[in-house]
Write a protein that binds this ligand. Structure first.
Ligand code: NDP
Length: 336
């Protein structure tokens, strides 16, 4: 079949057109073959052309590592497809040949820059009738990407969280003051909402709903933030600003813990009825987690955001700085 393939990783010259790419075949009864009418391109195609994620994809395609390295070639890129069902595996009841469909193709599978592509039926959906194929091919991959909202993106937690969530491939929306927009965009934020420019919830309601909200602000935010989650989709709100320590300081350990248990229990149940998950997040020291961060830092995916460095003699000034609030990253003390 006609297809654009690559035979090695590199720049644009590795793209090769062929009329003789192998026709995909159905290996499993839940698979369908789609005739491609339009293919969408995404930044991940450019990255994958250069070899991005090659090791992980190889493991996904061949978990027992039986194949030689390079066995993925000729590789077909293209993660979005809009087209028509040509053939269905024996277990496929929901689709029939001729159905107009669209899909986001997992990155370890052959892509859509070809005449045909084989997919699992559960990766495919009926295309909106109102969209032409070229329009439909612009949506699935970006729509399937997790959407994360970080409330308070300019401080210590936020500046690291933006980078980590971005490295995991999510679409990130951040709230911060207007003068922090440049910083959070440089760290990877896709959408930025200025909370000083009016009711932040009104601005956020105009965006698509979120899969995950990380709340570094607390207080009033809880009243509206959970309505921004996709209901009945496993979507989660995690707040770092909890009354846990305040309760144990005020009521003593046993009563404080009991009070916290009742509070969190009621909130979890209340929001579960609306199809979203409510959680408290806590600092949890962990060497293995730091190992993951080390990998991300060494891979250039996460960088420290140092706002100000104080000398050992200036510890009181460092405290004053942090106490003033309005952090833009972290304050650090250089001891030697
Ligand atoms: P920082 O002080 O470093 O950052 C807070 C940031 O939020 C600042 O950049 C501030 O900038 C911004 N901000 C303030 N008000 C708003 C608002 N309404 N909307 C959006 N942004 C706002 O704090 P951290 O990032 O270190 O921590 C965040 C919170 O999480 C703190 O309350 C902290 O105590 C808590 N925390 C809890 C943990 C736990 O274990 N549960 C662990 C770590 C942190 P500006 O005012 O200029 O807009």
């Amino acid at each position: 079949m006609p297809a654009w393939v690559i035979d090695k990783y590199g720049k644009n010259e590795v793209l090769r057109f062929t009329k003789n790419a192998a026709l995909p075949i159905i290996h499993y009864p839940n698979e369908v073959i789609v005739k491609v009418h339009a293919a969408g391109l995404n930044p991940i195609d450019i990255s994958m052309r250069g070899g991005y994620g090659a090791a992980t994809m190889a493991m996904k395609r061949d978990p027992l590592n039986m194949n030689q390295s390079g066995s993925e070639f000729p590789l077909i890129l293209g993660r979005d497809v809009s087209g028509e069902i040509m053939e269905c595996g024996l277990d496929v009841n929901y689709f029939k040949p001729g159905d107009q469909v669209w899909a986001a193709i997992p990155p370890w599978k052959q892509g859509s820059l070809a005449e045909f592509v084989v997919l699992s039926a559960n990766e495919v959906s009926h295309k909106p009738k109102s969209l032409r194929h070229i329009e439909a091919a612009s949506i699935p991959y970006v729509a399937a990407t997790a959407c994360v909202l970080i409330l308070g993106g300019s401080g210590g937690v936020g500046t690291l969280a933006i980078q980590m969530v971005k490295a995991w491939g999510a679409h990130v929306t951040v709230t911060c003051s207007q003068n922090a927009e440049r910083l959070v965009r440089d760290l990877g934020a896709d959408d930025v909402v200025d909370y000083t420019a009016g009711p932040v919830e009104k601005q956020l309601q105009t965006l698509q709903k979120f899969d995950l909200i990380l709340d570094n602000i607390g207080g009033e935010t809880e009243k509206w933030a959970l309505d921004l989650l996709k209901p009945w989709n496993g979507a989660k709100y995690v707040t770092l600003v909890t009354p846990f320590l305040h309760n144990t300081d005020r009521l003593g350990l046993a009563d404080g813990m009991m009070q916290s248990g009742v509070t969190i229990g009621c909130k979890v149940l209340k929001h579960l009825r609306k199809g979203v998950h409510y959680r408290w997040g806590f600092f949890a020291p962990s060497g293995p987690t730091l190992d993951e961060i080390t990998e991300m830092v060494d891979a250039g995916k996460v960088r420290p955001v140092l706002e100000e460095v104080f000398s050992f003699a200036q510890v009181p000034q460092a405290f004053e700085k942090v106490e003033q609030g309005h952090a833009r990253g972290k304050t650090v003390v250089s001891i030697i």
